[in-house]
Design a protein around this ligand. Structure first.
Ligand code: S3P
Length: 465
């Protein structure tokens, strides 16, 4: 079975996974239904580390295990440590000592953001207004992703001095300087770009406002507000006052909720395997939970309970009644909703293949700029499994079939965690053994994905080696 993970959260150990067909004609007998705890939400975690560093507080962040932390989060931890922020990790918690605005030190070496786009974009905003220069690098995938549109916005809009490679990508040199007030209009809805502007806006000589064409996830705004920064939000415009003093206590605890984007894959496993599942303590931020509405509109019964709010972020329990209800109608996803389901489109596309009728994804060209070109990767993989699909410049059209039996033996994930997880779920419906090599890529957001999947579909169907 599974070996080699030990206390090596940051390494990319080799991991191969086999998804075995369901040979039993009877529904498999599973352990009693127990709630599954998801990995912490990495979007919130990155922000907590970065915005927490700007406070003067000691922040305790309870964790279930070091091994459950999404690998992307380590990129942010290492980056902040190299900027002089004391961050300590133990088995049960991460403790961060905020250094306050202006409290960072110049890094002695370049900062490697690894695979993490959120780390890179948020740091660009944070570092643009420092009194020192820094250089950011990334892995092969991150080095292909666009950085120019953010650099141009900060350079022309706030007077930053950010230099990119000739192709407008990483490595990035950020010559920190005093920034100016400004009004920024984002060309596309992007939580990463919006957050970068707001972080830069804490280091300017006047108010900075940022407007996006459509609402994207709003964790940054919520956290800045909850920590006492002077931020006002009107529609899709947020305005931040520079040198906002945070009002957090000397010491506090922040529980990062479970990642609703990771939940989407387990929910899909429940749908595919006709299983009921319970997920506890899941983040329920309204800008992240849209895919639940999409699934509910298609017929799936979903119950949400035990909802409470902490630091401006709702969290609660999600119960999927997959044994008695399922998806049937094709999905309706309007262009305005795309930013709200941006990370769920891979798994929604897999599920749409099993719904009779046509599901159209449009206005989703941003997916070409993710950890892989997700439009191209989805079309390629769905076709490889036998799905009827038509590619468009900004999306695709899936012709779903409720009797669809996927056929493919080897899953290609393009180095993209969400592709690996989405197609592992599709593999559950094949009649043959399906393999995924280098499956440790899932650790980017969900290190225990295959173990948790085994809880839902039965341990004998998932072999990890
Ligand atoms: C993220 C924002 C999204 C999302 C990404 C994480 C964030 O990207 O795709 O996985 O944490 O801000 P956008 O910047 O396109 O909204």
């Amino acid at each position: 079975m599974y070996e080699g993970r030990g206390m090596r959260p940051f390494c990319f150990y080799t991991m191969n996974v086999e998804i075995r067909p369901n040979t039993s004609s009877l529904r498999a007998q599973h352990a009693a239904l127990r709630p599954i705890t998801l990995p912490p939400d990495k979007s919130i975690f990155h922000r907590l580390l970065i915005i927490g560093s700007l406070t003067n507080s000691r922040i305790q962040i309870p964790i279930t295990s070091i091994e459950d932390i999404p690998v992307d989060v380590y990129a942010t931890i290492l980056a902040l440590q190299s900027l002089g922020v004391p961050i300590e990790l133990s088995r049960s918690e991460i403790v961060l000592e905020g250094v306050g605005i202006g409290g960072f030190h110049a890094p002695t070496h370049q900062i490697n953001c690894a695979n993490s786009g959120t780390t890179a974009r948020l740091l660009i905003g944070l570092l643009a207004g420092q009194k020192f220069s820094s250089k950011l690098t990334g892995d092969v995938s991150l080095s292909k992703r666009p950085m120019k549109r953010l650099a141009d916005l900060l350079n022309t809009g706030l007077g930053a001095d950010i230099l990119l490679s000739a192709e407008g990508r990483m490595p990035i040199v950020i010559n920190g300087r005093e920034l100016h007030f400004g009004i920024i209009n984002l060309p596309v809805a992007s939580a990463q770009m919006k957050s970068a502007v707001l972080l830069a806006g804490l280091h300017t000589d006047g108010e900075v406002s940022v407007t996006e064409p459509l609402q994207s996830r709003d964790h940054t705004e919520r956290m800045l507000k909850a920590f006492g920064a002077k931020i006002t939000i009107t529609g899709t415009t947020s305005a931040i006052n520079p040198k906002s003093n945070f009002t957090t206590d000397e010491e506090f605890t922040y529980h990062v909720p479970g990642d609703i984007s990771s939940a989407a894959f387990l929910i899909a496993a429940g749908v595919i395997g006709r299983r009921n599942i319970i997920l506890s303590n899941v983040g329920l931020n309204p800008t992240r939970r849209k895919f639940l509405d999409v699934l509910a509109a298609s017929g799936l019964e979903i119950e949400i309970s035990a909802v409470r709010e902490e630091w401006g972020e709702e969290r609660g329990r999600i119960e999927i009644l997959g044994e008695d209800t399922s998806i049937s109608k094709p999905f309706e996803i309007s262009p305005d909703d795309i930013p709200l389901v941006i990370d769920e489109i891979p798994i929604l596309s897999v599920l749409a293949s099993f719904c009779k009728g046509v599901t159209t994804i449009s206005h989703a060209e941003e997916l070409r700029n993710k950890e892989s070109d997700r439009l191209a990767a989805l079309v390629k993989n769905l076709r490889a499994f036998g799905v009827l699909i038509e590619e468009k410049e900004d999306g695709f059209i899936i012709f779903g079939d409720e009797n669809f039996i996927p056929k493919n033996r080897v899953i290609e994930h393009f180095g993209d965690h969400r592709m690996a997880m989405a197609f592992a779920i599709m593999g559950l419906r094949t009649k043959e053994l399906v393999t995924i090599s280098d499956a440790s890529v899932v650790s980017i957001s969900y290190p225990r994905f295959f173990e948790d999947l085994a809880l839902i579909v039965g341990a004998r169907r998932i072999k990890i080696s």
